[in-house]
Design a protein around this ligand. Sequence first.
Ligand code: COA
Length: 258
Amino acid sequence: MTEHIKIENDGGILILTMARPDKKNALTNAMYGALADAIQGAENDPAVRVVLIRGEGDMFTAGNDVGEFAAIATGQMQGERHVSRFLKSLAQSSRPLVAAVHGRAVGVGTTMLLHCDLVVLAENALLSTPFVNLALVPEAASSLLMPLRIGYARAFEMFALGEAVDAASALAWGIANRVVPLDRLDAEAKALAGRLARQPAGAVSTTKRLMRNPEMLMAQILAESERFAERLKTMEAREAFTAFAERRPPDFSKLAAT
Ligand code: COA
């Protein structure tokens, strides 16, 4: 367990809060483990009808902890990678997933939204997927789900250039259901989750199962993970992680195109 994930059940809504605000809710292995346990655990808990994911502090999440990426790349961090279990729990969840997003949602912070069934954004939300900026590749089946959701042109630009998309665009492109003022975010997301919780749960989960194909998603996640693991060990990635640690822009110009 980790103190960086808060878990509470509020009238059938399992609220999962990423709570590492001093590090912008950057996700560590332990945090992925706690999220995976909670989402998987909900499958066997009749008291959970909806799962709501949110973040504490001034943003949803800055994505995967970049220090842990670097530690994995250099072999300093070994053992079970809970991120795989987390992605699997998202792809296979029969419970409807709702996200309440404010401020930045970076990397997996954005790609997890593609697995959520209702996404509520605060007006200040900024979604970005700067995997390529870190010399990595998209994950969480986003290489399949993002172009399906918003079209190839927008998806490739989001991935390859890594620039943030604002709430209005995310709504217009179909990534989100609602944009609300920041001070209304939690109440609106909870109200929507509450409405879902009052619907017949069997019909909701069967509808979700008809609309999403967990087997296909898992196959894409596996293919991405293999490429991701290869990319983590490249000179490009080493330069990106070193630059992040040194708080300077990376310089990929001396690394040849392959
Ligand atoms: N991994 C590890 N630490 C992170 C982090 C991450 N993904 N994102 C932020 N942090 C840490 C910073 O290193 C800093 O730590 P420090 O106080 O010990 O120096 C602290 O969180 C605050 O971050 P800071 O950059 O000062 O906040 P900001 O509001 O100016 O900027 C971001 C926020 C999200 C724009 C910026 O932190 C960022 O770009 N983070 C990296 C995002 C990223 O590339 N994620 C991986 C995607 S695949």
